[in-house]
Design a binder for this molecule. Structure first.
Ligand code: AMP
Ligand code: ZN
Length: 117
């Protein structure tokens, strides 16, 4: 399905160019256009869901699990296991979400701080 106006749906369809680092039939991993760490990859389900809160029921649970598991596989592929990394998903305005299509940020290559801003 997807949304005509959604940026990440456009990237999934190939209507907007992105630096796609990995692709499966149901997920893509792209380089963030405004990286906040030496490694900053977005792991995006090809299916349009607005945010994690919309992934409900058995199907939603599986999608969240698969997406998070894929993010850890990308981290391994990119050599982040030894140093560690952060995976985060922003949900809604208070979460700082700007693109309303579910995605996980994979950040690595520098020491993260806590709490986040
Ligand atoms: P969020 O603020 O959590 O919704 O994350 C959206 C992310 O998408 C931000 O980190 C942006 O830098 C990133 N972004 C926006 N447009 C693009 C694009 N065309 N290609 C890759 N990343 C993008
Ligand atoms: Zn979308």
């Amino acid at each position: 399905m997807g949304s005509d106006s959604c940026l990440f749906c456009k990237i999934v369809r190939g209507d907007v160019k992105a630096d796609i680092v990995y692709r499966t039939p149901t997920l893509i991993a792209i380089k963030d256009i405004n990286p906040q760490a030496p490694v900053h990859v977005l792991v995006i389900p090809t299916r349009h869901l607005t945010a994690a809160r919309d992934a409900r029921g058995e199907e939603g649970t599986q999608l969240l699990g698969r997406t998070l598991a894929f993010a850890t596989e990308v981290a391994t592929e990119l050599g982040l296991d030894a140093g560690g990394y952060r995976i985060v998903t922003n949900s809604g305005a208070d979460g700082g979400q700007t693109v309303l299509h579910l995605h996980f940020h994979l950040l690595g290559g520098r020491r993260m701080t806590w709490p986040p801003g």
